[in-house]
Design a protein around this ligand. Structure first.
Ligand code: ADP
Length: 484
């Protein structure tokens, strides 16, 4: 084991100081693989958040004056710090979150890649000089840092979801108050240490753990916070959108999904199975882009199912820190109960368990990787985000039918389809109402491309050149009387 003690802070970061909650209250953090308490973090509330926002505002006043180049250099230091400590940061992540160490290392690496991407992008956030309709005027369009950002993040990617927010925030010249998920606070607090190491000024990054309602409430009501970026459930996202109205904050929201994965008769079955395993079982099914519904065309249904069963049964379930583990525990006992409820409903409505369908023999928070065939549209798991290792398989007949069924949800985050027909690939691009579409690919997230959902899956993009826009204000300035 690497030594992650330097990164595992039991304190919050406000204005460059590592502090406790005002009343000394703490929250215990558990390892989901063992149930052991691994440490305690402060239970902060509105008062500490108010001070963190004030500190971020003070820091913003000087940080906004730095050049894009200066910020780019600090971001590159931040990238290097992450990669230099990839192993220990990944072990800390697995210890609090449960995912296999290989996935945790991948998460640290993609987080570092986001930071590097924004270190590069910020030097190219050009303004414009627009042709003027009046001879003696010149019209300028310029971009400026938005101000203090509130960032609220989930537990399924406790490090990289923050990278997607800290990268553009710090690149743009904004400062930030972060509220990570309560069950996985350490990977977020580690970013405070990394930001200090990389040379960001005190107050640029503030991190608070504690009551979501109190910290979130202060972030949403405080007029100094100009932008809020959130990744989490659609339900909480909708609350934050409502709360943002009073002070008219800019918002970006990465919310839930209900991803279809469509396998057409002409698909390469082995490739489809490989993509299915990756997109369904990564992080034990606990990602917002995980497949929720497999639609398989009649002619390939049996072949796909047989191969998917073999691949699913080959997954090694265990403690993420053990060598070779591919499936870790679920995040908490409520997640296990949710899997049990969904399966009970699906079986009662005619589903056939092909493999799994119950808790794993390891007990605790481990659930067996599951396939349920003969899935139908009245099952609860058709409409709800499963967020766990259950793969429901639906049969379909025509392209037109499957597109309609795939789109029959309020969500619009990720969709996947396997086909060798190029014309069909373009029809899917046009007709699937999803922000992210993988054709013959089960994992498509990359820093170079804009990640974000349509419909009730969210607002705004993370990554790509689009990802920085939400952190910059556009100003138009007309300069007249130039005697040209
Ligand atoms: P998940 O199911 O991924 O945990 P949540 O939406 O419940 O999704 O949580 C995502 C983040 O939002 C967490 O940091 C959580 O503490 C925070 N959160 C939950 N409720 C609120 C709220 N009312 N206001 C602000 N933040 C909240």
């Amino acid at each position: 084991m690497a030594d992650y003690s330097r990164f595992m802070r039991q304190a919050n970061l406000i204005g460059g100081e590592w502090v406790s909650a005002d009343d000394g209250a703490t929250i215990a953090v558990e390892n989901p693989a063992t149930g052991e308490v691994i440490g305690h973090v402060p239970k902060c509330g509105a008062a500490e958040t108010y001070r963190a926002i004030a500190a971020a505002q003070r820091a913003f006043e000087s940080y906004r004056e730095t050049t894009a180049n200066e910020r780019s250099v600090m971001l590159r230091h931040l990238h290097d710090a992450l990669m230099d400590h990839q192993q220990s940061l990944a072990e800390l992540l697995t210890t609090e979150q449960g995912k296999p160490l290989a996935e945790a290392k991948g998460e640290i690496a993609i987080g570092a890649a986001y930071v590097l991407w924004y270190a590069e992008e910020i030097r190219r956030t050009y303004g414009e000089i627009v042709p003027s309709p009046v001879q003696d005027r010149r019209l300028l369009v310029t971009k400026h840092p938005t101000g203090v950002v509130g960032a609220i993040t989930p537990w399924n990617f406790p490090s990289s979801m923050l990278a997607r927010k800290l990268g553009p925030t710090l690149a743009a010249g904004c400062t930030v108050v972060v509220k990570p998920a309560t069950v996985t606070p350490y990977s977020a607090l580690a970013w405070g240490v990394l930001a200090e190491d990389a040379g960001f000024p005190a107050g640029a990054v503030n991190i608070l753990t504690g009551s979501a309602r109190e910290i979130g409430g202060e972030i949403m009501s405080n007029p100094l916070v100009k932008k809020v970026t959130f990744t989490g459930s659609t339900e909480v996202g909708k609350t934050l959108i409502r709360q943002s109205a009073d002070t008219v904050k800019k918002i970006s929201m990465e919310l839930g999904g209900n991803a279809p994965f469509i396998v057409f008769d002409d698909a390469d079955v082995d490739r489809a199975v490989e993509g299915a395993i990756a997109s369904k079982f990564r992080n034990s099914g606990q990602t917002c882009v995980c497949t929720n519904r497999f639609y398989v065309q009649e002619g390939i249904y049996d072949a796909f199912l047989a191969k998917l069963k073999a691949a699913t049964e080959a997954l090694k379930v265990g403690n993420g820190l053990e060598d070779g583990t591919q499936q870790g525990p679920l995040i908490d006992t409520a997640a296990i109960s949710k899997m049990e409820d969904l399966m009970k409903d699906a079986e009662a409505k005619g589903g056939r368990v092909v493999t799994g369908g119950k808790r794993h023999a390891l007990g605790g928070q481990f659930y067996a990787p599951t396939i349920i065939a003969e899935a139908n549209d009245i099952m609860q798991l058709t409409r709800e985000e499963i967020f766990g290792p259950i793969a429901p398989i639906f049969k379909f007949n025509t392209e037109e039918e499957v597109i309609a069924r795939a789109n029959d949800t309020e969500f619009g985050l990720a969709a996947y389809a396997y086909t060798q027909d190029l014309g069909r690939a373009f029809r899917l691009n046009e007709k699937l109402e999803y922000g992210l579409i993988g054709i013959n690919e089960g994992i498509i997230t990359t820093v170079e491309a804009p990640f974000g959902g349509l419909k009730e899956s969210g607002l705004g993009k993370e990554g790509g050149h689009q990802g920085i826009d939400d952190y910059l204000d556009t100003k138009y300035t007309a300069i007249g009387g130039l005697n040209l």
